[in-house]
Design a protein around this ligand. Structure first.
Ligand code: 8HG
Length: 295
């Protein structure tokens, strides 16, 4: 972790940055708002700021930002204080993870906004990533604030809970392509806006209690809550088991159809406090290569 931070006009450059590949980070399933540009860089909006990220040989270039924003927002968002080489070395003791880590070597777990992550993963249930992305884009355009234009694209912030709490579920269902999840989005937003579930307090809870708290929200079951815990709160022992993670765990470890409970137990036993990271390398590896798809 011996990279150097350099500021140029409207840019921050991490010189000699390892363990950071925009494609791996933004296409590994954890985030839905990153858009690939023609030059291979990626652009997204977070906390009302639009940023563009490019891998340039040994460096990572963040455009449309400055030093203070970088320190206040992006350093935490990109988890830049963590040594991923150490995590990868530890996980690679397992021969399956060794392959998965090699495949997604530039993955980092982002720390995304709790409310946006909650709604995004409510939308993700029984859904496909391109459709999830489209709904989130439509919701931001329809209910969020216009922030500005970047590379010819207009960017909108994700709305706040009190805005979606007042949305009409019928309209959400139709115009925002979220289907039956519309009522969960509106009801969960009401509970968050009314502080019945206090997202700000989740940070301080241990994983199990945090999961119980999130499960009070309609549309939030074990998989959705694990995703929220990992991607918004960095609860690194959370291990979301979706179809892909189930398949890859069965394919390599169990060699047969296995209950979710048993998959979670094995993950806990094998990966312990690093389970969330292991899950991300596995999800990306399985989904990109179609592992276990045609059993
Ligand atoms: O990053 C993810 N990890 C896991 N385990 N599941 C995910 C991620 N991202 C994501 O969308 N999902 C789930 O996969 C939600 C949905 O059930 C499906 C979409 O491919």
């Amino acid at each position: 972790m011996d990279y150097k931070i350099i500021e140029e006009d409207n840019r921050i450059i991490l010189k000699g940055m390892r363990d950071f590949d925009p494609k791996h980070i933004f296409e590994c399933g954890q985030a839905f708002r990153w858009k690939q540009e023609e030059d291979g860089s990626y652009t997204a909006i977070h906390k009302g700021k639009v940023i563009n990220v490019l891998r340039d040989h040994r460096d990572v270039v963040f455009s449309n930002t400055n030093r203070s924003e970088f320190e206040n927002i992006w350093y935490d968002y990109f988890d830049l204080g963590r040594d991923y080489s150490k995590i990868k070395k530890e996980l690679s003791k397992d021969p399956v993870l060794k392959e998965a880590v090699h495949f997604g070597e530039g993955i980092r777990i982002l720390k995304q906004e709790p409310y946006e992550t909650t709604i995004s993963f409510i939308i993700s249930a029984n859904n496909q990533i391109p459709r999830i992305k489209n709904s989130i884009k439509l919701i931001s355009e329809g209910f969020g604030k216009y922030i500005g234009e970047y590379h010819g694209q207009k960017y909108y912030s994700f709305p706040t809970a009190d805005v979606l709490a007042k949305a009409d579920p019928k309209d959400m269902e139709k115009s925002y392509k979220v289907g039956y999840r519309a009522k969960y989005i509106v009801e969960s937003s009401k509970m968050i806006a009314d502080n019945i579930v206090d997202l700000a307090a989740i940070d301080r809870l241990p994983t199990k209690q945090a999961q119980e708290e999130l499960s009070k929200l309609p549309g939030v079951g074990p998989k959705v809550s694990s995703c929220i815990l990992l991607f918004a709160f960095h609860k690194e022992d959370a291990f979301p088991v979706d179809v892909w993670v189930k398949r890859v765990m069965e394919y390599f470890y169990f060699k047969k159809d296995t209950k979710l409970k048993d998959i979670s137990s094995l993950a806990k036993e094998k990966f312990g406090p690093l389970a969330g990271f292991a899950q991300q390398y596995l999800f990306y590896y399985a989904r990109e290569l179609g592992i276990g798809k045609n059993k």
